[in-house]
Ligand binder design. Structure first.
Ligand SMILES: [Zn+2]
Length: 314
């Protein structure tokens, strides 16, 4: 696994803080220029440009140098720094389960969920929501979509992260004999419930036991007393000394929990803010290989790890 940090060096005023004096700005500008020079990037420097975006491989000499220097002047680090992970094929192929991240979000949401003002017949949202927090509690009708937005590649998420399949892909997944899912028709919004469905919604029916936590860590947990829904984020906020950055932490399961996995699985935990709370979808190696062999596009996977004992890493 490679970890890439996207970090900016910045000498301008910071949001929410008093403006810097001219002398301070000048000192910070000189320091940023010096740092760029010391990592061989002096050519990036332009006198009026305040922000310099850098891509650093974590644990490279340049990364260590900059992190050490930024401990002395953490105010020169941009306020949003993220770390992305790049997994090798071998890591993906040896994981006991994989988080399925559909990257294609071409198709819109349910038409009357998205445009309630155009709903003159009182059709309403496709989910029943908690009246207090808005969390989706139950799907109460098929999705009505603008199916013209569906890409040819056959797989897309709606804005609310429902998984939409072209008929050929839905049929092929069923014929492959995969477990843990069912299909539900998805209609064009002007012609619901007529003839053959133009698209299908993939509904993951199998729920895994809770993640092993620790080592899995969460943050920003929200809970609604009225409907009992709890939603999380995977822990993202971390510090390298005084420099704050964002990186999703790993997901762990016990071997006993993994033994219960099917081909498609939903996590017991919900993620996101309450109004859009959704489980993650985890797929088996069989599904992963099948999707690759059948050249289905618009998705990626992130390995899930085994926690041997409570509190122990991979
Ligand atoms: Zn609620």
């Amino acid at each position: 696994m490679k970890r890439i940090m996207y970090l900016g060096l910045y000498w301008g005023d910071r949001y929410g803080e008093p403006p810097k004096s001219q002398a301070q700005k000048e000192r910070d500008r000189r320091r940023v220029r010096e740092l760029l020079k010391n990592i061989g990037k002096e050519k990036m420097f332009k006198p009026d440009e305040q922000l310099y975006d850098l891509e650093l491989e974590i644990c490279s000499p340049v990364f260590h140098y900059l992190m050490e220097e930024l401990q002395k002047t953490p105010h020169l680090a941009s306020s949003y720094i993220r770390v992305e992970r790049i997994y090798t094929l071998e890591e993906k192929e040896s994981a006991p389960l994989l988080q399925w991240r559909i990257t294609n979000e071409s198709i819109e949401d349910d038409y009357y969920g998205l445009y309630p003002s155009r709903d003159r017949k009182g059709i309403g949202d496709y989910v029943r929501r908690c009246e207090a927090c808005g969390a989706p509690l139950e799907q109460i009708r098929d999705l009505w979509l603008n199916t013209r937005k569906m890409p040819k590649k056959g797989l897309s998420l709606t804005y609310s992260h429902e998984i939409i399949l072209a008929p050929w892909l839905a049929q092929a997944l069923q014929e492959a004999g995969f477990t843990g899912f069912t299909l539900r028709p998805a209609w064009h919004y002007t012609r619901p419930n007529q003839g053959e469905p133009p698209l299908y919604q993939l509904v993951v029916t199998h729920t895994l036991p809770p993640m092993a936590s620790p080592p899995t860590e969460f943050e920003s947990v929200q809970h609604c007393e009225v409907c009992g829904t709890t939603s999380h984020f995977l822990k993202r906020t971390h510090y390298w000394g005084k420099v704050q950055y964002y990186e999703d932490t790993d997901i762990y399961y016990t071997p006993e929990a993994l033994a219960q996995a099917q081909d498609f699985n939903r996590t017991a935990e919900l993620f996101g803010v309450l109004r859009v709370a959704k489980p993650y979808v985890l797929i088996s190696q069989r599904v992963y290989r099948w999707l690759r062999e059948h050249k289905v596009r618009g998705w990626d996977v992130v390995p899930v790890y085994v926690s041997r004992k409570e509190g122990e890493g991979r």
